[in-house]
Write a protein that binds this ligand. Sequence first.
Ligand code: SF4
Length: 196
Amino acid sequence: MPPARKPANRQSSTRKPPTRLHYCKLEECEGICCSDGAFLLPEEERLIRRVVAKYPEHFRHLPKAYILDAEWEGNFGRKTAVYKYRYRNKPGHFANTRCAFAEQDGKCSLQTLAVSLGKQKWAFKPMGCWLFPLSADEKGLVPPPRTRREDPNNLGKDYPGFTTFTPCGEHSAGGKVWWIALKEEVAQYRAETGGE
Ligand code: SF4
């Protein structure tokens, strides 16, 4: 997924109507949030490299260069590689690609390994991945954008957003308020960072 491009609007439960979300259904969305791969922090790349080296059988599907230099809107970083994948249904401006770590059914192989080892399911996963459609900055959690205008990756008509175009990140009036829909993510973020 692209890194947040500009600070997203923060929401409080009193001042603005909150974003409401539906739960992810992987068999329907095919893991579209993994279509671009994931930008990684240096410590996340180190952890992933250690895990891949330790469990090569689990990661047989990875290409040799599974983490690459990448650029997004003038920001440079390290990112997981992607492979070609044709989605049954996707926003027109999304690529027909998938993160190299995605298995054929869309599950993240970093998560399936953690589960098979009896570890916390996100133990090996980049924070940006398990937080999605939440994000975080130096001040703490950033709620999912409610409108496409608030989408931090809305670059204009050629790329009108990312989070708000994904089934689990798109505001839906009939959904649950984000802090309930994402209570597991919020709790994990607080446990890891002590932040709000
Ligand atoms: S690392 Fe896992 S969750 Fe993150 S983009 Fe890749 S497959 Fe998706």
